[in-house]
Design a protein around this ligand. Structure first.
Ligand code: ADP
Ligand code: ZN
Length: 511
């Protein structure tokens, strides 16, 4: 048996997956690697095996302490000498660790990014042989930028400090831009980029318009995933608690999880969720990285995720065991506008991520194709998303779009969309009257469409950037170069028909 096969069986497996083998070979040749594969793709085995094969200690960096201690424990059970360097070691233990590292009694050393970038630690790493550096969850460099793990952006110094040691950056589902950001930030100029398919064919995708979100959720839970375990994502902490309490009161056992909870409560809820089949976890995105529960059968989004990457990762927490799973995302124009308002206080890149998400949500055709094309992957229509399963009816909304855009032009973009729609529908509401909008030439000129249809036109025009939304709190909206082509009739606007997801009332439960 060669060393590669031997190492595989030491780790308890019988066969490498093709991408694992490619990555390991590259590392063994001393090349830097960027490995992008969905969660559950088997990324840990790559640095573990390559670390064992190569001479010296493999240094593994991860933002998640729990994940590191779990891996170390599992490796130790297999007789592999892994250690976790955390701040809780006392001086005696630290001395032992240093001795063990220098005498090659350790195969893998796990530590947090903030630990690794300390100058004393960098210096200390020079005192023994290093097999490789593995940087897990490398997308933390770009996704949250300096908001989240500032230490990650300092990891770029590794390549300078250790030019001859291969680095492997591991990441979940990311787009080409993020791959480039990771490469640049880590100074991996000449690295081997390996990507696996992101398509998780066992997860059904359903994206629909929000009407009465709670009642739509009930319908889904009752008709699509009765008695199953799953996650419901919401934006606000308060909402997670509210929804969890409400579901529990209806006899659907639920827990909540968000960043402001005590660590102890988070831990308990996570454990209960993992153990008790049939529980619903209502969480903010704080319930995320490192969750590996095989029997999660569904993921619902009651609010919009921040990016296609976040959406994909969150949905990907369902069906980890490869068996059929379902996802449902509910949103409306209001959600889009709110999300946009929230990111406008942050960064340009956040706004771009959100726009990419809008584009996927509003695009025509197969959901899975739209989502995967964001990750530069081409697939055939899936036949089991809401679009592939419906009649895919669409409507030419060019004239409607022209009306809306010229109304925006004439009102100089200061009005909220709700008012513009009321004007088009010719409604003499308080808002219309107080804005003296009934005298506008377009007043009542859009009665051919329903309010819902108008909203879908607005969403479409926002997603395809025919409307520019100002970044201030006042929410000014403007037409732009792209909208002019529509106004001039040079471009057609085709919008998929509005699809609502069914509802179910509380009192229908148990019937
Ligand atoms: P990731 O880090 O990409 O999310 P993991 O490393 O946690 O994925 O692996 C996901 C699952 O796949 C784990 O349960 C692991 O035991 C399993 N696995 C990884 N590689 C192999 C392999 N070569 N053969 C069989 N199972 C594997
Ligand atoms: Zn499809």
């Amino acid at each position: 048996m060669n060393e590669k096969t031997l190492t595989l069986s030491r780790l308890g497996y019988s066969e490498y997956r093709p991408l694992q083998e490619k990555a390991i070979d590259a590392l063994c040749e001393g090349k830097d690697v960027l490995l992008a594969a969905p969660t559950g793709g088997g990324k840990s085995l790559v640095y573990q095996a390559a670390g064992l094969i190569r001479n010296g200690v493999a240094i593994v960096v991860s933002p998640l302490l729990s994940l590191m201690s779990q891996q170390v424990e599992e490796l130790n059970k297999k007789g592999i000498r892994a250690k976790f360097l955390n701040s809780t070691l006392n001086p005696g233990e630290q001395d032992d660790l240093v001795w063990a590292l220098r005498h090659q009694h350790i195969d893998l050393l796990y530590l947090s990014p903030e630990k690794l970038v300390q100058p004393s630690v960098i210096g200390f790493l020079h005192s023994f042989d290093i097999a490789l550096f593995a940087i897990d969850e490398a997308h933390c460099i770009s996704q949250w930028g300096r908001f989240f793990r500032p230490e990650y952006s300092q990891l770029g110094q590794l390549k300078q400090a250790f030019p001859d040691i291969p680095i492997i950056a591991l990441t979940g589902t990311v787009d080409q831009n993020t791959i480039q950001t990771i490469q640049t930030s880590l100074n991996l100029t000449d690295c081997h980029v390996l990507r696996s398919s992101f398509d998780r064919t066992n997860i059904k995708i359903h994206i629909a318009q929000k009407r009465k979100a709670k009642q739509q959720l009930l319908y889904f839970l009752h008709h699509e995933v009765p008695g199953e375990t799953g996650i419901v994502y919401c934006r606000s902490r308060k909402k997670t608690e509210e929804i969890a309490g409400w579901l529990t009161s209806l006899g659907l056992p639920s827990l909540s999880y968000h960043a402001a909870m005590l660590d102890q409560d988070k831990h308990t809820n996570h454990r209960l969720f993992a153990e008790r089949h049939g529980t619903i976890m209502v969480a903010t995105t704080a319930y995320g990285m490192g969750i590996d529960i095989a029997h999660v059968r569904f993921v619902v989004h009651l609010d919009l995720p921040n990016s296609p990457e976040a959406y994909f990762q969150e949905v990907g927490r369902a069906g980890r065991d490869g068996k059929p799973a379902k996802s449902l995302l509910l949103y409306g124009l209001q959600d889009m506008l709110q999300a946009q308002q929230l990111v406008s206080f942050h960064e340009e890149t956040d706004a771009q991520h959100l726009n990419n998400l809008f584009y996927i949500l509003e695009n025509r055709g197969c959901r899975r194709q739209n989502l995967l094309s964001h990750f530069d992957e081409k697939i055939d229509a899936c036949q089991h998303c809401d679009r592939c399963l419906s009649n895919r009816a669409e409507q030419n909304m060019t004239i409607a779009s022209q009306k809306l855009l010229s109304l925006i032009y004439h009102t100089r973009g200061v009005q909220p969309f709700s008012l513009l729609i009321q004007v088009l529908l010719g409604k003499r509401t308080k808002a219309v009257l107080s804005a003296k909008a009934e005298s506008l030439p377009l007043f009542g000129k859009g009665k051919e469409l329903s309010e819902a249809q108008w909203k879908s036109v607005v969403r479409h025009l926002i997603a395809f950037e025919y409307i520019t939304i100002g970044s201030s709190h006042t929410f000014t909206v403007q037409i732009n170069e792209k909208s002019r082509t529509v106004l001039q009739g040079k471009e057609q606007i085709i919008v998929p028909n509005e699809q609502y997801y069914p509802t179910m009332e509380e009192d229908q439960i148990g019937r």
